[in-house]
Design a protein around this ligand. Structure first.
Ligand SMILES: Nc1ncnc2c1ncn2[C@@H]1O[C@H](COP(=O)(O)OP(=O)(O)OP(=O)(O)O)[C@@H](O)[C@H]1O
Ligand SMILES: [Mg+2]
Length: 248
């Protein structure tokens, strides 16, 4: 049984009574779950797979939508700690909340649809013929303006109250020459003070620094540079409204 030692007792019980299966669900089973959950009226091909979720192209009435489905068990996440059944519903909820929050704050993220259990729907980014490529795979027509739009987008997310803590050319889609930020799963809310703010803001700034380094590396292939420290400073002044990060 996969992940044996880590499963909680309720999961063991479900295994014994045959309530859950360990085989990876087939495309048809996932499609049924999406349709049963009312997230779409027709399910198409898989658009992409990440460490812990698959994203499917679907149709909801006349609109194309993307549906992200967190996998229940198998995950190639760093450290390889297996995931409990309930946790994937929480992950989907967390990402969906962050996506909704970012969207309401005007950030360049797909418009959220609905969430049910471990799945949620969102605006499909792409044309009817092809999904938008991730920045990593895209050939930019105007890299300079794309870079500027990306940096502005990062600040836009911060204005909306979120730092994308997994920023990379894999989590930015290119559509009509403009960037779209996806995969907010590990985003950090930087606009409320529930947790010691210095800890949270420091963590956010560190992950942003890492993301900007990834982007600097990527844009070097177009001979473009930008001042990451400058972006960091602007985001810091944006999110550190109470001055907790600035020494007196
Ligand atoms: N709204 C969307 N429109 C079009 N394609 C999308 C959309 N959202 C995701 N995709 C596609 O699905 C892929 C996986 O999405 P995402 O990065 O959110 O999943 P993930 O499993 O969390 O990835 P990882 O954990 O490896 O970063 C993306 O690289 C992209 O190609
Ligand atoms: Mg991703």
């Amino acid at each position: 049984m996969p992940n044996d030692g880590y499963l909680d007792s309720s999961v063991h019980w479900k295994v014994r009574t045959g309530q859950i299966e360990f085989a990876e669900p087939t495309h048809g089973e996932v499609a049924d779950a999406i349709l049963d959950g009312g997230l779409a009226t027709e399910v198409g091909q898989r658009l992409g797979s990440g460490k812990e979720a698959d994203v499917y192209l679907a149709r909801d009435g006349h609109r194309l939508v993307a549906v992200k489905v967190y996998r229940q068990y198998r995950t190639a996440h760093r450290g390889g700690r297996p995931i409990k059944l309930a946790t994937m519903g929480e992950r989907a909820l967390l990402e969906f909340d962050l996506l909704s929050y970012a969207y309401q704050g005007g950030a360049r993220v797909p418009k959220p649809g609905n969430r049910i259990e471990n799945m949620f729907s969102m605006q499909y980014i792409g044309s009817p013929d092809a999904a938008a490529p991730m920045l990593q795979k895209a050939t930019l027509e105007d890299p300079e303006s794309f870079l500027q739009a990306t940096l502005a987008g990062i600040e836009g997310l911060a204005e909306a109250g979120i730092v994308h803590s997994d920023l990379s050319p894999f989590n930015i889609l290119v559509h009509d020459g403009a960037p779209w930020f996806i995969d907010l799963a590990a985003g950090i809310r930087v606009d409320r003070l529930g947790w010691p703010p210095w800890v949270r803001l420091t963590q956010a700034m560190e992950s942003l620094r890492h993301g900007l380094t990834m982007l600097e590396r990527h844009f070097r292939r177009y001979d473009l540079e930008f001042d990451a420290a400058d972006v960091l400073n602007r985001v810091r002044s944006q999110i550190d409204r109470f001055g907790v990060m600035t020494p007196p």
